[in-house]
Design a protein around this ligand. Structure first.
Ligand SMILES: [Zn+2]
Length: 194
């Protein structure tokens, strides 16, 4: 396969990117200065060298290994675990003033999939929950059909843990993703969790 098609295919695998957008990215790179391409290739390589995945919440951070800044901060409330879909949600929830812990699920579970979904860290979540100290799990999933479906499956899976399982209450409007909700909206959704 030629390099244009190969790179287009690679971009198509990015979340939310379709064939047309992928082609536009490649077109942009073709018309860009050669040092921009070299620079980007270098940055992509560096991503792997200087980052680690947190062993507790599974977010990616810049550092050697172990815990991210949030999980490594012992002054945070260890009793509350906020389950979110993706890394970007953490930055947004942090601005709402939340002081507990996090767990990055890895996405949502598509409708109709009964099988364990590969990118979803369900096993890791159960393991994390089995550790002592937690009293409440907050499910902070998107107000979308897949988000609702994932919430129901998690509520079902976690009901025997003996922990309080709550979900973000009113305030997060239908169709919205946590990543794009403003901090005040998240704070009020947290206060009205049920
Ligand atoms: Zn962490």
């Amino acid at each position: 396969m030629n390099p244009i098609d190969r790179l287009t295919e690679a971009f198509e695998k990015f979340p939310g990117i379709g064939p047309r957008q992928a082609r536009r990215f490649v077109q942009y790179l073709l018309s860009a200065a050669p040092n921009l391409r070299a620079d980007m290739a270098e940055q992509i390589k560096a991503l792997g060298a200087n980052t680690s995945q947190c062993t507790e919440c599974y977010r990616w951070f810049v550092g050697k290994s172990g815990l991210c800044a949030v999980c490594g901060n012992s002054s945070r409330d260890a009793a509350t675990l906020f389950v979110i879909e993706k890394d970007a949600d953490i930055d947004n929830v942090e601005r709402s003033g939340y002081k507990g812990r996090y767990f990055v699920l890895g996405g949502t579970i598509p409708l109709g999939s009964e099988e364990p979904v590969k990118h979803i860290r369900l096993r890791e979540l159960k393991k994390r929950i089995a550790e002592n100290g937690l009293t409440e799990i907050i499910l902070g999933l998107s107000a979308t059909t897949e988000g609702d479906h994932t919430r129901q499956l998690l509520q079902e899976t976690l009901k025997d843990t003996g922990l309080t399982i709550s979900s973000l209450g009113r305030g997060l409007s239908t169709g919205s993703e946590l990543e794009y909700a403003d901090p005040d909206t998240i704070a009020s959704a947290l206060n009205s969790r049920n």
